[in-house]
Design a protein around this ligand. Structure first.
Ligand SMILES: [Zn+2]
Length: 551
């Protein structure tokens, strides 16, 4: 932590603050300085003052707290942006949703799609069974309607939507998806994963202009939350091209690491296969954009009943969900991606899916003698036995979402029973064995405010402080660990730890200024902390409107 270029003066010097560097010893210093986008000093006030030249902006922080810019290691940028412009169903009862659709139908020309954004959650309804097509047929008789479930693994459809996709009572379930049927054997109105995709692809694709609009809207929100970098978990060719254009135009500041989807296997999208063939693209646009990961799904979700379990679902005897691929096929895909130098991110919720993924990772890692692979399991929800130790031995990372634990509490109890629910999103247990976990929101599934995610990981309660007492609070993270999961450990999970994730000389000046000290306030006050300023590469990219910092 020393001055690299004292003679010319720093671009900006901050002093008299509580600056948490999240360096290896989690040290706190009062002062920080940067120049040309990089931190040149983190230390005491006196040392910092020497760096103030004639053109240096000097800021007295008056005891306010500074952290490395937050990194969300798992979200869906385009879906999140899109959700900001669509029907918001999150937290709504079934009746409220039907009313929203009714209103939308009144202002939508016949034949045009009505599509939901942030999804419905039957786990929070009085009647938790899956909703039916009849409800939506009444609400929107002349429009196809598609409403995603909160986890994105299921959609609620009306008859027009099924007809638009050519789905009839005779249509068989596609591999990796199911059209739910009623007791009478007729289509009930919900479709999971690959079955949902058959309908989804009938929705006219969003054009380039719309995509840029939603990406910029997503960026605005994220910068306001103090997020300076994200791992996008579903990067398509269109997204990659749009982001490149936005970076080129100078409008995009948020750092993005992309994970290619649908890039492998017999049903690969040709455009995506082309992206994959380029191999890793690292640090484009001055370290802003990287594509070095491939995303695969080993199973679906618990809420949709599509997670692959080793034992029966507690609420559906004889049923264990389904793996997306048999082990030989998953191996083939992982091997192909790893051979091209890509990092693997495999979504695995159920214990059968995690088990399969660990086995496949082990074979590929040993087969290719991979050293610093940083393969990731996304969600790592239902663990058991030696999963954590296997992951640790292999150097496999767990990317886990703090808010998913409490948000899924009742669903986990219902589908898994309490014996297994205890090991659902067991962040603390996983972190204590693996050493680190990567934090994130999975937005739009949860709100991407890192302070919400940190609060949930600490208290095991959600933004409504439920469930009371927390969801298996013994699986909470410590405050240091929760902060690291969004900073230093997150950067590691993105292969960005040499550049970001801590406030040390030589790292990028990506940081966030908060109005209160995240390390000191009572846990339930954390979500109310305000972000005053967000800085990326030394440039202030967000400043809270009316707040001025007293000098
Ligand atoms: Zn996700």
């Amino acid at each position: 932590m020393e001055d690299r270029d004292a003679s010319a003066g720093a671009d900006e010097v901050w002093f008299n603050g509580r600056i948490y560097t999240t360096d290896p010893s989690f040290s706190r210093v009062p002062a920080l300085a940067w120049k040309n986008g990089y931190i040149c000093y983190a230390g005491d006030d006196e040392g910092a003052r020497k760096l103030a030249g004639r053109n240096t902006a000097v800021e007295n922080l008056a005891g306010k707290a500074v952290f490395p810019g937050f990194i969300d290691t798992h979200l869906h940028l385009e879906m999140y942006g899109d959700s900001l412009f669509k029907l918001c169903l999150r937290g709504c009862s079934k009746d409220q949703i039907i009313r929203l659709v009714q209103n939308a139908a009144e202002r939508t020309p016949a034949g045009e799609w009505i599509v939901g954004g942030l999804g419905w959650d039957n786990g929070g309804w009085e009647d938790t069974s899956f909703p039916s097509l009849r409800d939506l047929d009444h609400a929107a008789p002349h429009n196809p309607v598609l409403l995603p479930r909160i986890d994105g693994h299921m959609v609620w459809l009306n008859s027009r939507a099924l007809a638009a996709a050519g789905i009839t009572e005779e249509t068989p379930n596609p591999p990796g998806g199911e059209f739910l049927r009623g007791p009478d054997g007729r289509l009930a109105g919900c479709a999971s994963d690959a079955a949902a995709d058959l309908v989804r692809k009938k929705i006219p694709p969003c054009d380039k202009k719309y995509r840029q609009k939603i990406l910029l809207a997503a960026q605005d929100k994220l910068l306001g939350f103090g997020v300076t970098g994200v791992q996008d978990a579903s990067s398509t060719e269109d997204l990659v091209e749009s982001l490149k254009e936005l970076y080129r135009s100078g409008l995009f500041k948020l750092r993005v690491s992309g994970a290619l989807i649908n890039a492998l296997g017999d049903h690969a999208d040709p455009g995506m296969a082309k992206c994959l063939a380029r191999g890793p693209e690292i640090g484009l646009f001055d370290g802003s954009f990287t594509i070095r990961a491939v995303k695969l799904f080993a199973d679906g979700s618990l809420g949709s009943g599509t997670a692959a379990l080793m034992e029966d679902y507690s609420d559906r005897p004889g049923y264990r969900g389904k793996l997306m691929y048999d082990e030989a096929e998953l191996y083939r895909l992982v091997f192909e991606a790893a051979k091209r130098g890509m990092q693997l991110m495999v979504h695995a919720i159920g214990d059968a899916a995690i088990d399969e993924t660990l086995s496949v990772f082990e074979r590929v890692i040993t087969g290719l003698s991979l050293k610093d692979h940083r393969f990731r399991i996304e969600h790592f929800q239902l663990i058991q036995g030696d999963f954590c130790h296997r992951a640790k031995r292999l150097g496999v990372l767990a990317a886990m979402q703090g808010a998913h634990g409490p948000n899924n509490a009742s669903m986990a109890e219902q589908r898994l029973g309490s014996g297994r629910a205890e090991n659902s999103y067991a962040l603390g247990k996983v972190q204590r064995i693996l050493g680190r976990i990567a934090g994130g929101s999975d937005a739009p599934v949860a709100n991407p405010n890192p302070l919400d995610g940190i609060h949930a990981a600490l208290t095991r309660t959600n933004d409504k402080l439920r469930p009371p007492g927390g969801f298996y609070p013994e699986n909470a993270l410590s405050r240091d660990a929760a902060v690291r999961s969004y900073t230093s450990w997150a950067a590691y999970a993105l292969f960005a730890d040499r550049e970001r994730g801590s406030l040390e000389a030589g790292k990028r000046a990506d940081l966030v200024l908060l109005d209160r000290d995240l390390m000191e306030v009572p846990p339930d006050d954390i979500p109310g902390i305000q972000v005053l300023r967000t800085v990326i590469g030394g440039e202030t990219v967000y400043r809270r409107g009316s707040v001025s910092i007293p000098l």
